[in-house]
Design a protein around this ligand. Sequence first.
Ligand code: CIR
Length: 264
Amino acid sequence: MTEHASWRFTHAVSRLPAASIAGGLRAAGGPDPDHRAFLAEHAAYVAALKEAGAEVTVLPALADYPDSVFVEDTAICTAKTAILLRPGAASRFGEAGAIAPALEGLFPRLIRLETGTVDGGDVLLTDRDAFIGLSERTDRTGAESLASILERLGLTPRIVATPAGVLHFKSDCGLIDSETIFATRRLAASGCFEGYRVIEAPAGEEAAANLIRFNDHVFMRSGFPETREKLERVGYSVRTLDAEEAAKVDGGLSCMSLRFSLNA
Ligand code: CIR
């Protein structure tokens, strides 16, 4: 990919949370998200991306798919090409087909993953590499199939492990610039980020690891002061966003958008 292509973006796609989000998947039980509060969080999220320079397409809510607000899991977006994935949870598989028309309208080319399962939350793109985390949602067949597509698009695939008990690879990490990844200690300790500078999430603030870099800012969840301080100390411009409702159904900031550049 071109320089800074993994965090210099012109566009984003998101989807409004449906009232059915109360039935969203979650590993550990816990309370349902409040739909009204989720809508407010989502509106603030979209506004922040717009402020950071994105043209944002906000798709309508899909009542039939409780987790469909988490659009990241349906596709991988690179310059000029979107790859439609095969989400690993049965209740989410149809979300990819549902988002296809919107992506077809934006991208000159749409490629469909043909085999296995992959959730976009398991894929971290840098300017040169594509980390694909094997997880409960992303199987080896899907990972290898996606790897060969991404290789043809000029990225070096690195199929890696997601720590046990962690939903997605990117639940535990996020890109903060072309050479730097923010990650939990448990993920960083696996050595998977060899060749990159890794900034570790402070102990107790692992839930802040799912952050996103969008143009000039790093967006992270509010409520993690040590993380914020750590990132600001090394010079990043940090913006915090509430994601309490998303977190009730195991979502974070990266999951609520597809981010890409159509000018590359
Ligand atoms: C799920 O379990 O699939 C949703 N409740 C949460 C998905 C979060 N997506 C992401 O981290 N990319």
